[in-house]
Design a protein around this ligand. Structure first.
Ligand SMILES: Nc1ncnc2c1ncn2[C@@H]1O[C@H](COP(=O)(O)OP(=O)(O)OP(=O)(O)O)[C@@H](O)[C@H]1O
Length: 719
């Protein structure tokens, strides 16, 4: 391969050789040489004056050899290029070889070229000089020698050519070999290039792979680093754990050593205890025997208790029957009379009627002044029945037209008369039996009747202290207490309460929401159950007696709102607190109950003031007040009418009872009719100023007291 460029670089020389190839032909070479010689001569002749003599003279012995020499001189460079033949050159050479210079016939050109020479000679010949002949001969000789030389040259050239041909053949062979080598080399090169490309690709792939591997390795290293850090952290934690464990172990060792000591102590104690245990075991055996004896006794006692419980339940039934018989014997309408004490406020109100005007106002309760003033203000009331407390005697003195003092004494008898110093507890003691009836399933109704300021509200609601608590809180408390007691007799009770006000024949819910009740309430009686419901009123489930206090407070606040709007309304309206009780006999401690159900209600009514309509007041402009009073009187007289009708019904049998004549009587229909127990508490003012009103009230109460209402019925349902 390395030889190839060298071959190519020899081309110019080869071209040169080709240009000289012609002259290298024997004929042509000779002609050329001749021409050269002639040209040289002509040139020389040109340089010099054209004289033939001058030619001979200048080069007399000069053979044509110099031309050949000149050729040789020029061709002296030839042998070297001939060693580097090329194919085309070979062709020319072949052509040159195919026309050997041995041909005797000179080429046309030689002839042509010879023409000038001939001309020169012919030009010289006309001179026909002997020198010319000589010269011609010389030239002939020269020519012969030249031709000989030429032949020799041709021979030599032929040899050279042969040698050259051999060289060419050799070179061709070389060339072929080299071509093959070149082809092989090229294919090798191609293969190598392919391999190189392949190798480059592989290298590239390997680089990529390497990069990937490096990246993987770096990631791996980072992962390992992380793991290493984690492991280090774990190791640190493990070390700290280990440290703690060591501490724990050392503390445990300490504990173990302590416990070993303790164990020794305990073992000793254990032995002691075992000894004690043995002793105790014998005691236990003794006790076990005692226990089994006691169990037998207990079983028999339990049987006795069960028998007693059954007996108690039976006796409860008997008690209730007897209790109600007593109540019936007492009458289903009973009347209590209660006279309130003289209050310090009375002294102020009626100071004008006192003989020592103004002195009483400064006296406090219990003081001498107060007692004196009290005496003066008090009406003449006497309570002769000190044993049964059933009588009240009212004495009044008036002047007759003749000026004589006329004394009148009124005797009234009631189921119970309470003197001014009687306490709330004493009053309730008499009432509590009725509350008991309520839990037995009876409808109970307690009225407080009397003129304004006679103590109705005090009796029913009472004061803020426990001792001054009125009938409503006490009755509720009693009902709860009885209900609790009745649990031991197999009864379970549910209680709920409502608080209504009847003002100007309109029902207002005192436990309702909002400041003022604007709803229209209707009264509904259930003939089957004997119960009464009022629509759209708040019925509060009662779970404890203390709840009643808050209910009374709510009712009081609503009444006071109304009072500010409507002028002392509390004394101008009836308030009805209703406690409904429903009970069922579920039995006790495995003793199956009877399933008996009862529903009772306790109505505690604070009636409006019963004073008569003042004539002068009636003529006044306060029509609203007149209307109030008329309504109060109407409802109170309706109450009297109902009670009277009930009494007449008891006597005669059939009788229409005018319950619908007032809202009050219609509301209390079920509590006034035959299947209820009614109590009227007549509240009296002790003041002489109120004597006439007191007498009116006493007469009304007597009328009620004389009424006998049919036997009360228990509201019982058997499920
Ligand atoms: N037995 C009593 N012991 C002590 N104070 C009493 C007694 N009865 C009534 N009072 C007092 O007399 C005043 C009037 O009583 P109360 O308001 O109860 O009368 P009332 O008949 O309800 O009047 P009204 O019809 O206007 O409501 C009150 O201050 C009350 O505390």
């Amino acid at each position: 391969m390395s030889r190839l460029p060298r071959l190519r670089s020899s081309s110019p020389d080869r071209t040169h050789l080709a240009s000289d190839a012609g002259p290298s032909l024997p004929g042509r070479t000779t002609t050329s040489l001749k021409r050269k010689a002639i040209i040289e001569e002509e040139e020389e002749a040109g340089d010099q004056p054209r004289k033939l003599a001058a030619v001979g003279a200048t080069r007399p012995n000069r053979p044509l050899q110099p031309s050949r020499t000149a050729t040789n001189t020029r061709g002296a460079a030839l042998p070297k290029p001939l060693t580097k033949p090329r194919a085309p050159t070979l062709t020319q050479s072949t052509r040159g070889t195919s026309a050997p210079p041995t041909s005797s016939k000179p080429p046309t050109r030689s002839t042509t070229s010879r023409t000038p020479a001939t001309r020169v000679v012919s030009g010289a010949r006309p001179a026909s000089r002997p020198s010319d002949d000589k010269r011609f001969n010389e030239l002939q000789t020269q020519l012969t020698s030249i031709e000989a030389a030429r032949a020799a040259d041709a021979e030599r050239l032929a040899r050279d050519m042969e040698a050259e041909r051999n060289k060419v053949a050799e070179l061709q062979a070389n060339h072929l070999a080299l071509s093959r080598e070149l082809a092989t080399a090229k294919s090798q090169e191609l293969n190598q290039r392919r391999e190189l490309v392949h190798a480059s690709d592989e290298i590239e792939n390997m680089k990529k792979k390497h990069l990937r591997e490096v990246a993987d390795l770096e990631a791996d290293i980072r992962k390992r680093d992380r793991e290493l850090r984690e492991v280090n952290e774990d190791l640190r934690l493990c070390r700290s754990d280990l440290e703690r464990e060591r501490e724990t172990v050392s503390s445990l060792k300490n504990t173990i050593s302590h416990q070993s000591t303790a164990q020794l102590t305990l073992t000793t104690q254990n032995h002691t205890l075992e000894a004690q245990s043995t002793a105790l075991q014998s005691q236990i055996d003794a006790y076990a025997r005692t226990v089994s004896e006691l169990t037998l006794k207990l079983e028999s006692t339990q049987k006795q208790v069960d028998d007693l419980k059954k007996e108690a339940m039976d006796s409860e039934l008997v008690r209730r029957k007897l209790h109600n018989m007593v109540q019936e014997l007492k009458g289903n309408i009973r009347v209590f009379c209660r006279v309130r004490p003289v209050l310090p406020s009375d002294l102020t109100t009626y100071a004008a009627s006192l003989s020592t005007s103004g002195s009483a106002s400064s006296g406090s309760e219990g003081s001498l002044d107060f007692e004196k003033s009290k005496e003066e203000l008090q009406a003449n009331l006497a309570f002769p029945d000190t044993r049964d407390h059933k009588e009240i005697v009212v004495s009044s003195s008036s002047s007759s037209a003749t000026g004589q003092e006329r004394k009148e004494i009124y005797n009234f008898g009631f189921d119970r008369v309470f003197e001014p110093d009687s306490t709330q507890a004493e009053v309730f003691e008499e009432i509590s039996q009725l509350a008991q009836s309520c839990t037995d399933g009876y409808n109970v109704c307690i009225f407080a009747y009397g003129q304004t300021g006679s103590g109705k509200s005090f009796t029913m609601e009472g004061g803020a202290t426990d001792s001054s608590a009125g009938m409503i809180p006490r009755a509720v408390e009693q009902v709860f207490r009885v209900a609790e007691e009745m649990k031991s007799r197999g009864w379970e009770y549910k209680m709920e309460g409502q608080f209504l006000e009847i003002y100007n024949e309109t029902i207002n819910d005192l436990l309702g929401k909002g400041e003022f009740d604007k709803k229209k309430h209707e009264i509904k009686h259930d003939a089957k159950t004997g119960s009464t419901r009022v629509t759209d009123v708040e019925v509060v489930p009662l779970t404890s007696p203390s709840q009643v206090k808050s209910l009374l407070a709510i009712a009081q606040s609503r009444r006071s709102v109304a009072a500010t709007l409507m002028n002392e309304r509390s004394s101008r309206s009836h308030s009805v607190f209703t406690l409904r009780i429903s009970g069922v006999n579920v039995g006790i401690d495995g003793c199956v109950g009877t399933g008996e159900r009862c529903e009772g209600s306790l109505n505690l009514v604070d009636l409006a003031g019963s004073e008569r309509l003042n004539v002068s007041f009636a003529n006044g402009a306060d029509k609203e007040r007149v209307r109030e009073t008329q309504n109060i009187n109407k409802s109170l007289s309706a109450l009297g009418d109902v009670i009277a009708a009930l009494g007449e019904k008891g006597e005669k049998g059939e009788k229409h009872i005018p319950y619908r004549n007032s809202k009050l009587t219609y509301l209390l229909q079920n509590s006034l009719s035959g299947n209820s127990k009614t109590l009227m508490v007549l509240n009296l003012s002790p003041l002489a100023a109120h004597l006439q009103e007191s007498l009116t009230s006493l007469r009304f109460a007597t009328k009620v007291n004389n009424t006998t209402i049919g036997t009360a019925k228990k509201q019982v349902r058997t499920s």
